[in-house]
Design a protein around this ligand. Structure first.
Ligand code: T3D
Length: 265
C-alpha cells in the first residue's frame, strides 16, 4: 500500500510492477459503498489516473462478494431524498475518474455484484467473474432505475429485450449466462480464479499500453461517430500508433521471431 493510503479502511490499494490493484474492502457488508468508501475510492482512482507508470489496473472485492452497491444502511428507511445529488458527488464523480484512466482496467468479480456494484464492474474494460458470481440489477427492488451508466451500457452489451427484463425484474444473472449474453468476457472456475486473473493482468501489463488505451477509447467513440468520421478517427489514431516505439518494436520482434518487449510508449 503506498504510504499516503495506509490509513484507508474501505479500500485496499497496491502498486507493483506497473500494476495497480484496488480491492473494495468492506467484506462484512459485501463491499457496499459507504460515503467513506466513495471518498477513498476517489483518492485511489485519482492516484492511478495521475500515475503514467501504471500499465494495468485490477479492481476486485474482498471476501465473498464483489460489491452490493449502495450501502443501504446509510439511507434511512421511510425517507425520501435527492439521489441526484448523491449520484453526482459519489458514483458519477468516481466513474468519470475511472473512465479517464488510460491503462486497461480488469474487473475481477469474485462474488455477487448488485446494483451500483454490478454496473461499476461493467464500466471496466475486461470483466471476468467466478462461475459462482452473479450480477443483479437490484435497483428496481427498491424503486430505482439502474445507475452508474447501467441504462447506457446494458442495452449495448446484451440488447434491449434482456436489459429491460433484468432491470425491471431484478433477476440475478449467473456469470456463465452473463458470458453467453455478452455482458462480460469470461467466467472462471472458482478454484482457478485467482491464478487466471493474475495471468490476465500479467499478460496485459506487458502489452502495448498506449495502443490499448486507444482501443478502449475508440470502441466507445464508435457508438456516437458517423461511419465516415469513424474511419477518419481510425486513420488518425493509427498514424500515432505507427509512430510509436511499441509499433517499431512489435514489427522488429515479429521479423526476428522473438517475443516483443513493449514499453507502453
Ligand atoms: O442511494 C444512492 O446513493 C443511489 C444509488 C444507488 C445505487 C445502488 O446500488 S441501489 C442498489 C443497492 N443494493 C441493493 O439493493 C442490494 C442489496 N443486497 C442484496 O440484495 C443482497 O444482500 C445480495 C443479493 C447482494 C446478497 O445476498 P446474500 O444473501 O448473499 O447476502 P446478505 O445476507 O443479504 O448480505 C450479507 C450482509 O451484507 C448482510 O449484513 P448482516 O446482516 O450480515 O449484518 C447485509 O445486510 C449486508 N448487505 C448486503 N447488501 C448491502 C448490505 N448492507 C448495506 N447495503 C447493502 N447494499
Amino acid at each position: 500500500m503506498p504510504d499516503n493510503f495506509q490509513g484507508f479502511k474501505t479500500i485496499h490499494y497496491s502498486k507493483d510492477k506497473q500494476i495497480a490493484r484496488i480491492t473494495l474492502n468492506r467484506p462484512d457488508k459485501l463491499n457496499a459503498f459507504s460515503a467513506q468508501m466513495h471518498s477513498e475510492f476517489f483518492a485511489v482512482l485519482n492516484d492511478v489516473a495521475g500515475d503514467g507508470d501504471i500499465r494495468c489496473v485490477l479492481l476486485t472485492g474482498a471476501g465473498r462478494g464483489f460489491c452490493a452497491g449502495q450501502d443501504l444502511g446509510e439511507r434511512k428507511g421511510g425517507e425520501k431524498m435527492d439521489l441526484g445529488e448523491k449520484l453526482e458527488n459519489g458514483y458519477n464523480k468516481n466513474l468519470r475518474l475511472l473512465k479517464s484512466i488510460q491503462a486497461p482496467i480488469v474487473c475481477a468479480v469474485n462474488g455477487v455484484a448488485a446494483g451500483a456494484g454490478a454496473n461499476i464492474a461493467l464500466n471496466c474494460d475486461i470483466v471476468v467473474a467466478k462461475k459462482s458470481a452473479k450480477f443483479i440489477q437490484s435497483f428496481s427492488n427498491i424503486g430505482l432505475i439502474p445507475d452508474c451508466n447501467g441504462t447506457w451500457i446494458l442495452p449495448k452489451l446484451i440488447g434491449l429485450a434482456k436489459a429491460k427484463a433484468i432491470a425491471m425484474l431484478g433477476t440475478p444473472v449467473m456469470s456463465e449466462q452473463a458470458v453467453e449474453w455478452g455482458m462480460i468476457y469470461q467466467a472462471i472456475a472458482d478454484e482457478e480464479f485467482e491464478a487466471e486473473v493474475n495471468n490476465l493482468v500479467n499478460n496485459l501489463v506487458q502489452r502495448p499500453t498506449r495502443a490499448l488505451s486507444f482501443i478502449k477509447n475508440i470502441f466507445e467513440e464508435s457508438y456516437s461517430n458517423p461511419y465516415g468520421a469513424h474511419l477518419d478517427r481510425e486513420r488518425d489514431i493509427q498514424r500515432v500508433c505507427g509512430l510509436s516505439d511499441d509499433f517499431a518494436e512489435g514489427v522488429t520482434a515479429f521479423n526476428e521471431k522473438r517475443p516483443a518487449e513493449f514499453k507502453g510508449r
